[in-house]
Design a protein around this ligand. Sequence first.
Ligand code: MV4
Length: 619
Amino acid sequence: MTFSKVLVANRGEIAWRVMRTAKATGYRTVAVYSDADKDAPHVAFADEAVRIGPPPVGESYLSIDCILEAAHKTGADAIHPGYGFLSENEAFATACVNAGLTFIGPPPAAIAAMGNKAAAKRRMIEAGVPCVPGYQGTDQSDANLETEARKIGLPVMVKAAAGGGGRGMRLVEHDGDLLEAIRTARTEAESAFGSGELILEKAVVDARHVEIQVFADAHGNVIHLGERDCSVQRRHQKVIEEAPSPAVDASLRDRMGTAAVAAARAIGYRGAGTVEFLLGADGAFYFLEMNTRLQVEHPVTEAITGLDLVEWQLRVARGEHLPLRQEQVTFTGHAIEVRLYAEDAYAGFLPQTGRIDVWRPATGPGVRIDHGMKDGLAISPYYDPMIAKVIAHGATREEARVRLVHALAETVVLGPTTNRHFLIRLLEHPDFAAGEATTSFLTKHEFPAPAISDAHWTAAASLLWQASAQKYPPSMRGWRNSNPEPTPIRLSAAGSERQMQVREPDPVEVPFHIDGNDILLDIGALTVRFTDKTYAPPETAAAGSDGKLRAPMDGRIVAIKVAAGDKVSRGQTLIVLEAMKIQHQLKAALDAKIEAISVQEGQQVSNRTVLVTMEPDAA
Ligand code: MV4
């Protein structure tokens, strides 16, 4: 059925990416946005934009009514769901069809067929698609599942039939853990997916996750567009995806592609789909699940086939035949994608939020960066904190890998902490570079937080000094006619603190951004946030444990609160120092007895001058 105006029911990079192809192929485009996304690029890019609600997904991007209302309001006659959100929601696809709209995706029945793992596996077994040996039956009693697990032989995977993407999955290696695993998996599945139905599978250890891109039209044509290797995952979240797989040769590609086409054909598939397989070290492969949507990682397939998969989706949705027959599909070179996230890979991958102050995506031969970003846009806590997908294509895998590392290194993203440095280390790891990463890669290898280099500290102090003349005026800078004194600057970062002495510094050429009292600085693809503590209450730089209280900066003694012989306790104010119109309470860092006071009230002192000497109490 023909259509002329496409509403993209999504946000971020995929909304922008889909609209780019839709516009380029002559469609008018409609964006939907929540209040959190009103300044997002995809909204400005669209021909029309409709606010669909407040930021929470349940009241915006997951609201079928709001989205259909937006289509009605704008006269959109087709809807592209993107990925995530409602893209695999059968009710949404049905509601689109019932509203007379073209759903740019598979038939609702195909979505339903793949929604339940047990039913999907039964369909695949019927279609002759190789599946992991296991149990996907209806007798869900503890006793039967235990018996079936023992028939399969440990280790087994217990999976939620209504789950997917590894959610509700549990590996059982010891017989004694079996019953407990079955019971907890069932309970978790009931609360997470509304169904406690389980399937059991032989655990395929140290496997690769290799998925086949399939495409089907409404005229019975079904082809595949090769494979993607997505083995490098963290908690079932893909981190690196590449095409082709280092472990797949032409013969295996042909066999996996044939199986994937059979799977799509068996469920009357239409449009873009992905059939996920586990590929064992022995070359055997097994059906995992089928994703009835365009995947995040589709750009690596586009890079090696030279095709635009969204353009194919639009063609198929308007009833056209697939543009190519299987034998016409060709693969050129290699492509690798990473997902750039606002998350702290060195602190438990904690998601980060906040404004992206500086966003400068890299460019270069073979580099593609799909993003929904611009300077000043915030990563909101309501949605997936993906900033961009960074893809590099090359004639060889090594060229693609090197190009990707350089693209990441040259991409400037200053604001929330990101996983950029972590991604570079993954790509540079010898096992990955050798094409030997399997699904155990991220459990086998540690990537601890890197130390902050002296270069980072020095550059941060220099840049603050240069950029903040008003903060460190000559009087503060220790400047004297004869010879310039160094300027004291105290910085903290990642829980440590340093007192720096800055003379007239050399120019520093690194990406940086000054954000109030902080400076974000990038050296060697490691971005560090430093906080200027120079003016922080010196108790944060209290007297060292050597019993000497020193001036933390140039200033004037305005009050002396103690006398020689006094007993003082930790945190007690000893001296008040005025610097830059701020009165700093200089406190004792430990219980002690005052031995000597070396200054008088009204005296001007320089940074680091010893003011008070104490005898620490015996520990
Ligand atoms: C498995 C498996 C090994 N044996 N099933 C299912 C969802 C998908 N995203 C990951 N899944 C797996 N299913 C059996 N029978 C291995 C994976 C798997 C995986 C498991 C743990 C950690 C990372 C993984 C990455 C890819 C695949």
